[in-house]
Ligand binder design. Structure first.
Ligand SMILES: N[C@@H](CCC(=O)N[C@@H](CS)C(=O)NCC(=O)O)C(=O)O
Length: 234
């Protein structure tokens, strides 16, 4: 049995869903539109967060750990152009790869903190840490842009990497939510080109980013949000 617990809007979970599709692995989708009670979530993970993966006897949470597990356990790479990396980290550049990946996850933490706080009533202009988190996004993007070799490659030459997939998920999450953050992506040409290429990839197209804000309780097949109290569309 393989299953993934995720919320519809979670960027970390979207990255894992993309990787599962890249590897052509079947799995049961345990999808939640909003976060349930702590007790319900604790039944899956002590962090109370998604994604959580069940694979046979193994239960894993923390998206980076899940991603590394999937890439090292399932070594078949279905044909795609450019192909998915063979290993999560290149032996010749292990620390560089891990540093870029962790920095991308810190970018994601800054973004999801801003999002969580916004929906619990605290906006960026009301809170010094959120302002700092927004500044962090810009600094990290600037640094990441310099880690890309050109506009034709992701973080690993001629391959699609975990770094590519997670950065794209976090950035598209920020752009799809009404958070009041403008990343000015056109200032980061290499990142912008990388994301445009990934948006056209099959695994990304089959896991679209959908608009979410409080009150959204479901989606039409085309991704149009359905709101609480809205009459059932025909
Ligand atoms: N470090 C975790 C972060 C995951 C995370 O922040 N998940 C969010 C959804 S995007 C979540 O479950 N938030 C609920 C909470 O933090 O209580 C990972 O990489 O999996």
């Amino acid at each position: 049995m393989r299953a993934l617990l995720f919320t519809t809007g979670s960027p970390y979970s979207r990255a894992i869903r993309i990787i599962l599709d890249e590897l052509e692995l079947e799995y049961e989708q345990r999808e939640e539109i909003t976060t349930p009670s702590a007790e319900q979530r604790a039944a899956a993970t002590p962090t109370l967060q998604v994604p959580t993966l069940w694979d046979g006897d193994l239960t894993l949470w923390e998206s980076g750990t899940i991603a590394e597990y999937l890439l090292t356990t399932y070594t078949n790479r279905p044909a795609s152009e450019p192909p998915l990396v063979a290993n999560p980290w290149r032996p010749s550049a292990e620390w560089q790869d891990k540093l870029i990946f962790s920095t991308i996850q810190t970018f994601g933490t800054a973004a999801t903190t801003i999002s969580q706080l916004k929906w619990t009533g605290v906006s960026i202009d009301q809170n010094a840490h959120l302002k700092r988190s927004t500044e962090k996004l810009t600094h990290i993007l600037g640094w990441l842009e310099k880690q890309l070799e050109d506009t034709n490659n992701g973080f690993i030459h001629d391959r699609v990497s975990l770094q590519d997939i997670f950065l794209a998920s976090h950035i598209r999450f920020i752009q799809a939510r009404p958070l009041g953050i403008d990343l000015n992506l056109s200032n980061y040409e290499r990142i912008d080109c990388l994301l445009a290429r990934l948006d056209r990839r099959k695994s990304f197209l089959s896991n679209p980013v959908w608009w979410w804000e409080p009150g959204v309780v479901g989606y039409e097949a085309d991704g149009t949000p359905k709101y609480q109290g809205e009459t059932q569309s025909k």
